[in-house]
Design a protein around this ligand. Structure first.
Ligand code: G3I
Length: 379
């Protein structure tokens, strides 16, 4: 029986007393009454009770324009991250000028509501400004990297819980034995040492922030993800061994409800690997796409999506390594997965990957997350 067949069976049979509570797909309670999901019933309260931070990626345009969006953020979350506002392109639109309007609005909103902030991200092969390709050279790339990190990092010094210093530097398909993404402009211009340079500079820019290496496709038991996960840990081991300052591993967790792969080995290796290296773990960009599910019925898809959250987060929280769980967005309406590019199998069907629906009403995912927090060990 594949994981998907097992989950469908688990999702359908509410009387699954024989199956360990941890993996039971059907959330215990789904009382969506506002009073039941805010205050003591909020994700924040249930996570805090376990010493966990819980949060979401924030779209700063909605932050400015949508009062309900702001309300959900303050009610439900103890940590937030900018979906785009702190990336290289948006913060440095010109070689010699920075734009911090959106990033400032996120940080001041968080400070005003006693919410922590994750910084995302200093060094990535995407979201680079239009000027970069025509300006960056082997001669000036190191200076560009250092100036950017020092300028952005020191502006928010002491206000950032953790920074994704380098994002997605492993790409096995580029064919290197170490799995490094040699097609990244940072690798092409500086070489593999750009990672060490980035982390050392980030430590200088903000000595308080937890410096994080962030990546995706390292969560399940498939051969592909097992190889990538091993390459990520080899990289982290090398960095630790050479004294590079690094404090945490960011596991993006963009998961797939149509996948048949389980998470047993994947989650164990993530937790054990991080513990052995003395690294904290943050689940940084959690969502579950459902474009691959045949059944159009939203309730069925919601159950399957919630079951994947339950299965993955439940296993990740079996240990104490994971300190924060963030979803990549708040409501399905604004998820990147509802961009045309990501709706391949069902181009006219909206994906339902997040805890809240288009009306900011809690979905089975909300309760699956909350149940996972309740069954977690206290950190
Ligand atoms: O802000 C401009 C707007 O001025 C312009 O009119 C519009 C049309 O081109 O583009 C807008 O920028 C877009 C930005 O999202 C804000 O909407 C960029 O084109 C678009 O590429 C960008 O997409 C983001 C993508 O990262 C690339 O940075 C997605 O929202 C964001 O969800 C996604 O997030 C990534 C994580 O950072 C890393 N891990 C994977 C994750 C999903 O791809």
């Amino acid at each position: 029986m594949t994981r998907r067949e097992w989950l469908r069976q688990a999702a359908c049979s509410v009387v699954t007393a024989g199956i360990p509570a941890l993996l039971r797909a059907e959330p215990r309670e789904q009382n969506a009454d506002p009073a039941a999901i805010t205050g003591a019933g909020s994700l924040k309260a249930h996570a805090t009770a376990r010493g966990l931070l819980t949060g979401a990626a924030v779209n700063t345009q909605l932050l400015r324009t949508d009062p309900k969006y702001r309300e959900v953020l303050t009610q439900q979350y103890s940590i937030v991250v900018g979906e785009n506002c702190m990336k290289f392109g948006p913060t440095q639109p010109k070689p010699d000028s920075y734009d911090f309007n959106d990033a400032d609005s996120l940080v001041s909103f968080a400070e005003a509501n006693n919410i922590k902030v994750r910084g995302h991200n200093f060094v990535w092969h995407e979201a680079l400004p239009d000027w970069f390709a025509g300006t960056a050279t082997k001669e000036n790339a190191k200076k560009l990297l250092v100036d950017h990190i020092m300028t952005v990092g020191s502006r928010y010094r002491g206000k950032i819980h953790s920074w994704d210093v380098v994002n997605e530097a492993i790409w096995i398909q580029d064919g290197r034995p170490d799995g490094l993404r040699s097609s990244s402009p940072w690798f092409e211009l500086i070489g593999p040492e750009y990672l060490d340079l980035a982390f050392r500079t980030a430590r200088q820019a903000d000595p308080n922030a937890l410096l994080t290496y962030n990546d995706y496709g390292i969560e399940n038991d498939s051969e592909t993800e097992t190889r990538k996960r091993a390459a990520v840990f080899d990289l982290l081991k090398r960095m630790k061994a050479s004294g590079t300052p690094i404090d945490a591993l960011g596991v993006q967790a963009h998961l797939d409800a149509a996948s048949t792969n389980s998470f047993n080995k994947g989650t164990r290796e993530l937790r054990d690997g991080a513990r052995h290296l003395g690294l904290q773990v943050f689940i940084t960009e959690l969502d579950v796409k459902d474009d691959g599910l045949d059944d159009d019925d939203p309730a069925t898809r919601d159950r399957e999506v919630a079951a994947v959250y339950r299965s993955f987060v439940g296993r990740m929280l079996e240990g104490k390594e994971v300190k924060a769980v963030l979803t990549w967005g708040v409501s399905d309406a604004h998820s990147w997965l509802n961009g045309k590019r990501w709706k391949v199998k069902h181009p006219n069907r909206s994906q339902r990957p997040l805890p809240f629906d288009d009306q900011y009403l809690p979905k089975p995912v909300f309760f699956a997350l909350r149940d996972s927090f309740d069954e977690a060990k206290r950190r």
